[in-house]
Design a protein around this ligand. Structure first.
Ligand SMILES: Cc1cc2nc3c(=O)[nH]c(=O)nc-3n(C[C@H](O)[C@H](O)[C@H](O)COP(=O)(O)OP(=O)(O)OC[C@H]3O[C@@H](n4cnc5c(N)ncnc54)[C@H](O)[C@@H]3O)c2cc1C
Ligand code: FES
Ligand code: FES
Length: 493
């Protein structure tokens, strides 16, 4: 593997950003995570490392950047966040927020309420809370849970932390939790947008990633792909950076897709919702269009990963990653979603159901990207739902995830689709389901019998997320849930 590295020239990224209020320009190793950069280059160890794969939240830091005319403060897991993405942003770490002589009010509240035992998780909790209060001074309990779902405390101080949160949100001056030096940087962040792109600088030092490139137009993107056919694309990096950190995978060229404006667009047209492949889960969740027109997608997003991951993970990445348990895929399949795929030579349209070919193998050709995901409009006479079964409510991969779309009129089923993840090497559509439901009266359906019939259509494997038997039972129970709920709705009419 090492020989492969020397085959290519290695590069650093010259980035300019703000670190705890101070503008800095740094040459960073290509593909280095924000956490590794803080530790190895700045010797700032307040941000902790525990899992190095996005699961524990010990490494949480906050980034601030302009978005649609305002400054957004977001908590992210720095172990997975490529430092190159910091270009033009403000990085806030625990060292910036407080000092032993002058604790930040969030630190003081945690101390007062004994929300700190060993203290290892504390910087992560403080930064998650800082992002929360910066955006929402008086959050309700649900919002607090959502903000903290990605932070683990081995000492179990959760209730004490919640007591501290209650005190903070009851305080009328809570908006002052964002220090003046952060507010000052906000103005500079708006101005920064007009400045130069990130530079790539040669180095002799061997690295795990030879080169991290961040094109700003599709032309630049495909020129780079032509020059470096061995490139791997990166969007949020929540899958790629795990491969880098945990599997020690090496990458000759990583091409980041997120700085290209057209991949960040989200809009509604007559043919449905268009989602640029670099749109993050958080953008989708916040979107009024999604809330109003696709509430089922809005609800699903809150069950994916954690707030820190959703802030930079993307829908495009979930699809391209082609995991058999990718949470968004069954729902998108039953909604008849399709993809625009783009390469230097071609722009082609493909139904999502034809995208997955074999385990982690997709219809993407070399140098081809997912440009956009399109979800056709939902009609009112459709029952659409998705159910995820996992061991925990947050930060957990599904054992089984299913989705249904049942179109009916006057109590009779016209069309239906069921898709399942976690029972085969790729997410699959049930062949039996539409056949079993076709033209049936909703009231006459036998949910248990249909559940049993569908269960026998699949041969799930046994692995750490469940035995084959357990997965079959999950399928049956999901089916019973869907059909009984549909019948109850019909009975209420
Ligand atoms: C702690 C944690 C929890 C998670 N929980 C969940 C969960 O609950 N449910 C779930 O489904 N997933 C989960 N994931 C997985 C991951 O967050 C998602 O799959 C996410 O959607 C990946 O998006 P990304 O932008 O980060 O992808 P990246 O890591 O950037 O890329 C993933 C793959 O897609 C390719 N790629 C990305 N964008 C494109 C594009 N536009 N065109 C072509 N190829 C592209 C990359 O080359 C790579 O192979 C979790 C991950 C972590 C670390
Ligand atoms: S170290 Fe655990 S989430 Fe980053
Ligand atoms: S206080 Fe020890 S891990 Fe949270």
């Amino acid at each position: 593997m090492k020989n492969q590295i020397t085959q290519y020239e290695t590069h650093l990224n010259r980035i300019t950003f703000f670190l705890n209020g101070e503008k800095i320009t740094a040459d960073i190793p290509a593909g280095i995570s924000t956490l590794d950069w803080l530790h190895t280059k700045k010797h700032l160890y307040g941000t902790k490392c525990s899992c190095n794969e996005g699961d524990c939240g010990a490494c949480t830091v906050v980034i601030a950047f302009p978005f649609e005319g305002i400054i957004i403060y977001q908590a992210i897991t720095s172990c997975l966040y490529p430092a190159a993405k910091l270009h033009g942003k403000h990085l806030i770490t625990i060292e910036g927020l407080g000092s032993p002589e002058k604790l930040h009010p969030i630190q003081q509240a945690l101390l007062t309420h004994h929300g700190i035992q060993c203290g290892y998780c504390t910087p992560g909790f403080v930064l998650s809370l800082f992002a929360l209060f910066a955006m929402q001074p008086h959050p309700d309990r649900k919002t607090v849970f959502s903000a903290l779902e990605g932070n683990l405390c081995r000492c179990g101080t959760y209730q004490n932390i919640l007591n501290a949160v209650d005190e903070l949100s009851a305080n009328q001056n809570v908006k002052d939790l964002v220090p003046a030096w952060c507010r000052k940087v906000e103005q500079e962040l708006f101005r920064f947008q007009e400045q130069d792109s990130m530079l790539v600088v040669k180095t002799e030092i061997p690295q795990q990633v030879n080169c991290y490139l961040m094109p700003e137009t599709t032309k630049q993107l495909f020129d780079l792909c032509a020059e470096h056919p061995e490139s791997v694309f990166i969007a949020g990096g929540t899958d790629i950076m795990v491969q880098k950190n945990i599997n020690r995978k090496e990458f000759p060229f990583l091409i980041d897709l997120t700085a290209i404006p057209e991949f960040n667009r989200l809009y509604l047209q007559q043919d449905g919702l268009h989602i640029g492949s670099a749109v993050t889960y958080n953008q989708l969740w916040e979107s009024g269009i999604v809330k109003t027109h696709f509430p089922v997608l809005h609800n699903l997003i809150s069950q994916i990963a954690s707030q820190q991951i959703r802030n930079f993970g993307t829908l495009g990445g979930n699809i391209a990653n082609a995991s058999p348990v990718g949470d968004t895929i069954p729902l998108l399949m039953v909604l008849n979603a399709s993809l625009w795929l783009q390469s230097q030579l071609e722009l082609r349209h493909i139904p999502l159901k034809d995208f997955f070919l074999a385990y982690r193998k997709t219809a993407l050709q070399k140098g081809e990207i997912i440009k956009e995901i399109i979800i056709p409009p939902l009609t009112e006479d459709n029952y659409v739902k998705t159910v995820k079964s996992a061991k925990r409510q947050s930060v957990d991969i599904s054992s089984v995830i299913t989705a249904v779309n049942i179109e009916y009129k006057n109590g009779r089923i016209i069309n239906s689709a069921l898709a399942i993840g976690g029972v085969a090497s790729i997410p699959v559509l049930s062949k039996k389901f539409p056949f079993l439901l076709k033209s049936k009266q909703i009231k006459a359906l036998d949910p248990a019998a249909i559940g049993k019939e569908i269960e026998s259509e699949f041969e799930p494997i046994t692995d750490v997320r469940g035995t084959a038997l357990f997965r079959r039972e999950l399928i049956r129970n999901h089916l019973i849930l869907y059909l009984q709920e549909l019948q109850e709705a019909e009975n209420e009419l």
